[in-house]
Design a protein around this ligand. Structure first.
Ligand code: C5P
Length: 228
């Protein structure tokens, strides 16, 4: 069976990663969560005083420090999924907090940050057999991906999912704050100058607001089988 590149893009918290992980496991592909990479750089920036008290970014400082940032992946023995490491430290549990979510979009809007991460992402896809999720995978990282999916769902439904996810992880949060963060990130991600979130012309749109996981999976497998 021929190996392909699967690009999954869409708004925040629309279930992209769950879907991409599941698909990768099912078809035996490597899964790469590019959001985790932008989150890890954000965590690095937060730890290294790149933000001032108002949340402004010291771009000169970040630019100078960025060459020292090494992102690698480590397979979790239990879930068998790759987790991101920041200079050798597995930071999976630090990058999903609301605080990182609140700082990540401005960091991801910086062209020099995107350039570094996109280069690494493209190298990971050289051998194909990869499912990558993010915002610019079908448009910038892999414009020639054989299967491109653009996932969407209403902001309220996405905020509800995020809320439940944090609750399950024992990280209680405020629903309105999450909704506001989801809407804010949608705005920044779609309006930034470098690689804004947009649907690639040849992407298939999947609105999963009212789909069950099983229905979504059946749809995905059909599209995958058509292309392999
Ligand atoms: O997917 P996730 O919500 O974890 O991504 C966090 C943030 O990283 C997004 O809100 C977006 O600003 C940024 N991102 C990006 N390009 C990607 C993946 C994520 O700009 N390919």
């Amino acid at each position: 069976m021929k190996k392909i590149v699967i690009a999954i893009d869409g708004f925040s918290s629309c279930g992209k990663s769950t879907m991409a992980k599941d698909l990768a496991r099912e078809v035996g592909y490597i899964y790469v969560d590019t959001g985790a990479m932008y989150r890890a750089v954000t965590l690095f920036a937060m730890r290294n005083d790149v933000f001032d008290a108002e949340g402004n970014i010291d771009e000169t400082r970040l630019k100078a420090l960025l060459p020292d940032v090494k992102l690698t992946f480590q397979l979790n023995n239990e879930t068998k999924l790759p987790e991101v490491c920041l200079n050798g430290e597995n930071v999976e549990r630090y990058i999903r907090t609301l605080e990182v979510s609140q700082h990540v979009s401005p960091i991801a809007a910086l062209p020099f940050v995107r350039e570094k991460l996109v280069e690494q992402q493209q190298a990971m896809g050289n051998e194909k057999g990869i499912v990558m999720d993010g915002r610019d995978i079908g448009t910038v990282v892999f414009p020639n991906a054989e299967l491109k999916i653009f996932v969407t769902a209403s902001a309220e439904i996405r905020a509800q999912r995020r809320f439940k996810e944090l609750e399950t992880k024992g990280m209680p949060a405020d629903f309105d704050e999450i909704l506001q963060n989801v809407e804010q990130r949608d705005y920044i991600d779609t309006h930034r100058e470098t690689s804004p979130l947009r649907q690639a012309d040849d992407a298939l749109v999947l609105d999963n607001s009212h789909l069950t996981i099983t229905e979504q999976k059946a749809w995905l497998m059909e599209k995958f089988n058509e292309r392999t």
